[in-house]
Design a protein around this ligand. Sequence first.
Ligand SMILES: Nc1ncnc2c1ncn2[C@@H]1O[C@H](COP(=O)(O)OP(=O)(O)O)[C@@H](O)[C@H]1O
Ligand SMILES: [Mg+2]
Length: 221
Amino acid sequence: MKTTSGVAARFISFEGVDGCGKSTVMDQMSAWLQAEGIPHIRTREPGGTVLGEKIRALLLDPSHGDMHPRSEVLLYTASRAQLAAQVIQPALAEGRWVLSDRYTDATLAYQGYGRGMDRHALRRIQDWATGGLQPHHTVLLDCDLRVAFQRMEAREGAPDRMEQEQESFHRRVREGYLQLAAAEPERFFILDAGKPLAEVLDSFRDNFWLPLLGRIRREAG
Ligand SMILES: Nc1ncnc2c1ncn2[C@@H]1O[C@H](COP(=O)(O)OP(=O)(O)O)[C@@H](O)[C@H]1O
Ligand SMILES: [Mg+2]
């Protein structure tokens, strides 16, 4: 009998506006996987490779306020191309699960819905850059923007370039994420992240993790 560590590795991305709780929920997921003995890695976007971390610094630098939206897309996407090829694809091939803090949906939400760029073009660029590598599951953390901002304020540090955007921009991003989720209900799991943490984690466990665990145990036979 195979163990759950022998099942086909899953690629799971976590999406949502900053401050909604992605890192917190990923910590929990990582702990559950570890408890099951399921090998996995965590990556972040932009970044996750040596090249990607350098691109991340360029993107988040507040002095690059004049960055053209197309440059922005290509830098994010360059970081993602490197991550997909150098980290995600090899990990999955070795049977390790991948938890990614953001992926292609972030470009659709931020640059497509947020900045109003051509979403059809953005999708084609994403497909090309990632070689079509898509997450098996995407956990979308959705919460009121004011709640997310309050959580961000409680965190240390000056706002980065993306955080300095207007509230209307973040509202379009949130709505965009919800539209992406509605268009692909099988891939997306929407987590109501506005509630107290214990409730958010209970809901994540009951409605995402336990059903997934049930499926992989059946696969493992
Ligand atoms: N459901 C929640 N209720 C209250 N605080 C939360 C909740 N989820 C996360 N936090 C806190 O809010 C802040 C932002 O969460 P984090 O996981 O870092 O968000 P993200 O990674 O999406 O930016 C952190 O300080 C975290 O401890
Ligand atoms: Mg985070």
